[in-house]
Design a binder for this molecule. Structure first.
Ligand code: IMP
Ligand code: MG
Length: 177
């Protein structure tokens, strides 16, 4: 895909190496018990599939649909559950798998929702973190990369549903919100 608006921030091999490290780290932190990876649709599904395969143990995989963003780059600030889990997390170790933490609104809300379902433990793995943008507090235990305040696409992340299938992560320049 050649698009003059795209500037590579994280090439595919760098992402793959870091995701493997995170998979090994998480496996080591949960040597036993039921571990649920909860993928936040749609952006995190590329990260989830690589992360799950990098893990050295059995995991349950489940999906949750949450939307805060409209079609462009700006958040509506409203959180909506568009698809709930299929498997109960009661008594289980749970790791939420998210593509990026931006304002923190989504994950702050989701932590409250999932905490009420009585998991044994609840942590977050996010491939990307933009700490400068935080509006709500979120404790992210596993972070792939901290990035500057720029809008990025690829490896699951989209702009108006486009660019998700880029294998690297790119900054998208010159677009209005
Ligand atoms: P938050 O609730 O503001 O933390 O937003 C989290 C969601 O916003 C992510 O799951 C993404 O779907 C979306 N998002 C935030 N920043 C970006 C970006 O730079 N590129 C693409 N999507 C983003
Ligand atoms: Mg998302």
């Amino acid at each position: 895909m050649t698009d003059p608006r795209l500037r590579v921030l994280l090439p595919a091999d760098q992402i793959q190496a870091r995701v493997r490290e995170l998979g090994e780290m998480i496996s080591a932190d949960y040597p036993e018990g039921n571990l649920h990876l909860i993928c936040i649709l749609k952006g995190a599904c590329f990260f989830l599939t690589d992360l799950a395969r990098a893990m050295k143990r059995d995991v349950f995989v489940d999906f949750m649909g949450i939307s805060t963003y409209g079609k462009g780059k700006t958040s509506s600030g409203e959180v909506k559950v568009t698809k709930d889990l299929d498997i109960s997390v009661e008594g289980a170790d749970v790791v939420i798998v998210e593509d990026i933490v931006d304002s923190g609104v989504t994950l702050n809300y989701l932590m409250h929702v999932l905490q009420q379902r009585k998991p044994r433990s609840l942590q977050i793995a996010a491939l990307l973190d933009k700490p400068e943008r935080r509006l709500r507090p979120v404790e992210v235990k596993y972070v792939g990369f901290r990035i500057p305040d720029e809008f990025v696409v690829g490896y699951g992340l989209d702009y108006s549903e486009k660019y998700r299938n880029l294998d690297g992560i790119c900054v998208l320049d010159n677009t209005s919100a």
